[in-house]
Design a protein around this ligand. Structure first.
Ligand SMILES: [Zn+2]
Length: 267
């Protein structure tokens, strides 16, 4: 028995952000839940391996520093300037992940790879053979760059109703397929206009997209640029909630790294 029973979540209702994970060989069936994607701009700091939201031209210390570097190097293309930290366009949307999965007896979600489910849960070793596959049915945040979201724009203009009007992307499923890894990864979005069953997702199950991502003050960004770690910055804020957010941000940093590399070195 413990001296003080402290709930594992610290007593707060904390919902970790669940992001869509795009991986080669694992097609994802998704239903978009928002009428419009949210556009944000981010900087990825390679030395710190973190992405932070840009605060805008005149406020953001990274953008101000970029302008200085560009002025100091008038004869060089921006990509040749050392220390320039580009601003990346990012888009976010709530989706219902409807991919068929197997749930292990302990509740672990196992995805198929190359169309095949493993016989055992790779994490827990539990036997999966007799377990029926079922849709994951989980609300997730899809955050990607313009490459994927311009495909969604194209789909929306191509998939029309009988009168020739574009159908909303919320009306039918899409499947995202990825091939290759890292810089070589390409993603394809395929519309399934006939998979248009009506779905209802409670508003409160959706993420407030405006709150997703790391928003620092100009001072904090300056500290980050100076080499102070994000963890130390959050600790200085003495804000436990932010520390929680950091943990989940670290989990997706792998994706961010991959995408930043794609953005910096487009094929
Ligand atoms: Zn900026």
């Amino acid at each position: 028995m413990s001296f003080a029973d402290i709930p594992e979540d610290g007593g707060k209702e904390f919902k970790p952000n669940q992001f869509v994970k795009i991986e080669a060989g694992i097609p994802l069936r998704l239903r978009i839940l928002d009428k419009k994607a949210l556009h944000t701009e981010k900087h990825f700091l390679p030395s710190q391996r973190v992405s932070v939201l840009c605060l805008g031209d005149d406020v953001c210390p990274i953008c101000i520093n970029n302008q200085k570097l560009i002025r100091a190097n008038p004869d060089v293309g921006p990509r040749q300037i050392k220390g320039l930290i580009f601003r990346q366009n990012r888009y976010l949307v709530n989706v219902l992940n409807r991919t068929l999965v197997k749930r292990s007896p302990s509740g672990n979600v196992v995805l198929s790879k190359g169309g095949q489910f493993p016989s055992h849960d790779p994490n827990t070793g539990e036997l999966l053979v007799d377990i029926q596959e079922e849709p994951l049915d989980r609300v997730e945040i899809m955050e990607r760059g313009p490459t994927l979201f311009s495909q969604l724009n194209a789909i929306m203009s191509q998939v029309t109703d009988e009168a020739g009007n574009p159908r909303p992307l919320t009306a039918y499923d899409i499947v995202i397929m990825a091939t290759g890894h890292g810089r070589k990864m390409t993603t394809n979005v395929i519309p399934y206009p006939n998979n248009d069953d009506e779905i209802t997702v409670p508003e409160e199950d959706k993420y407030v997209l405006e709150t997703i991502g790391i928003r620092l003050s100009p001072d904090e960004i300056t500290k980050l640029l100076g080499g102070v770690s994000l963890r130390d910055i959050f600790e200085q804020r003495r804000d436990a909630e932010e520390a929680d957010i950091l943990v989940e941000e670290e989990a997706i940093v792998g994706d961010a790294v991959k995408e930043s590399i794609e953005t910096l070195f487009p094929n």
